[in-house]
Design a protein around this ligand. Structure first.
Ligand code: SAM
Length: 317
């Protein structure tokens, strides 16, 4: 039995709360930087590459849905500060619901949407939007939508799902939120770190960590990788310094079946890049977004790494 001593109680409370609050506090504190400063950044190309990946992925699934219907409704789960708003505008969707655990990020996302709307000329089209602050690993989103009967054609979860793998219950709740309100034939799309690659690099390292002068990944120990709660500290210059959890993809696939889902498409970042770059339009977009310079300029000091492999740890904020 535990003593009724407040000091004794502290670790238990911390354990109950989990890492969600720390993650929210971290993202809330992140400052948005202007375009000028962003282009000076050492992770300029990495950010742009991630953005390109999301643009192509989102565009592709909007096209898939549009073959069946014209009015598209989307849930952006872990929307952050609204980094994907423009992609939804370009995709001419009808309605977007944005949700995130970090309240300040949700406010900034809403403001960004309002600014975007304010800039629209009279025949410009912009979707309707709704904003919800919630911990999607613990709160049921279905009870929070303005329209209790809303159904989504796409749930997009970009660089977020790995925060849920702290416990089975949290991972399952996030899946329930992602898939529970999907229309039949709807898609759950997302990006998440590649656990196989993470472990491969960890095992190749002499210590419990690996990385370069821009990013690092640190595990508590090697050789023991529980299915849930396998925490590592991820650090990326300028942006992230938060605990994340390994997502063992075959398990995610199994768990998603329980929510009526079947896997239709899965690629590593490198495979995705190699597949999509064959398309001229995507290639042009990559150039326009200054995502990856041609291989010959990989020596540019602003690049995170001259090994395309390192882009598998891609993160965008
Ligand atoms: N999806 C956005 C993007 O691609 O620009 C933001 C990605 S950022 C790496 C991760 C986001 O996940 C943060 O905004 C964070 O607050 C959010 N997040 C983390 N845990 C969450 C949770 N339990 N519920 C909802 N959002 C969460």
């Amino acid at each position: 039995k535990r003593k009724l001593d407040p000091e004794d109680d502290t670790p238990r409370k911390k354990k109950q709360i989990g890492h969600g609050q720390a993650v929210a506090a971290h993202y809330n504190e992140l400052q948005e930087v202007g375009l000028d400063k962003r282009s000076q950044s050492r992770i300029f190309y990495l950010r742009n590459f991630n953005n390109w990946t999301k643009s192509v992925l989102i565009g592709e699934f909007i096209d898939r849905v549009r073959q069946k219907k014209s009015d598209i409704t989307v849930l952006d789960l872990g929307c952050g500060k609204g980094g994907d708003l423009l992609k939804w505008k370009k995709g001419r969707i009808k309605k977007l619901v944005c949700t995130d655990i970090a309240d300040i990020s949700v406010q900034q996302c809403k403001q960004r949407y309002e600014d975007m709307k304010g800039r629209c000329r009279y025949n410009d089209y912009i979707f309707d939007a709704e904003f919800i602050q919630a911990d999607s690993t613990k709160d049921l989103l279905a009870s929070k939508y303005d329209d209790p009967y809303i159904s989504f054609d796409i749930c997009s979860c970009q660089f977020v799902y790995h925060y849920s793998f702290e416990t089975y219950e949290q991972a399952d709740m996030m899946l329930k939120n992602a898939c529970g309100n999907l229309s039949p034939g709807g898609y759950f799309i997302g990006t998440t770190p590649n656990s196989f690659e993470l472990i491969k690099r960890l095992e190749a390292s002499e210590t419990n960590s690996f990385g370069n002068d821009v990013y690092s990944v640190k595990f508590e120990k090697k050789g023991d990788y529980p299915l849930f709660g396998c925490k590592y500290d991820f650090h990326l210059e300028e942006v992230v310094d938060v605990p994340e959890f390994l997502v063992y993809f075959p398990l995610l696939e199994e768990m998603a079946k329980k929510h009526g889902m079947k896997l239709v498409y899965k690629r590593t970042f490198r495979e995705f890049y190699e597949e999509k770059i064959k398309n001229e339009e995507h290639k042009m977009l990559l150039r326009r977004m200054q995502a990856l310079e041609p291989y010959s300029t990989f020596g540019d000091s602003r690049l995170v790494s001259d090994k395309p492999d390192d882009y598998e740890h891609a993160k965008e904020f």
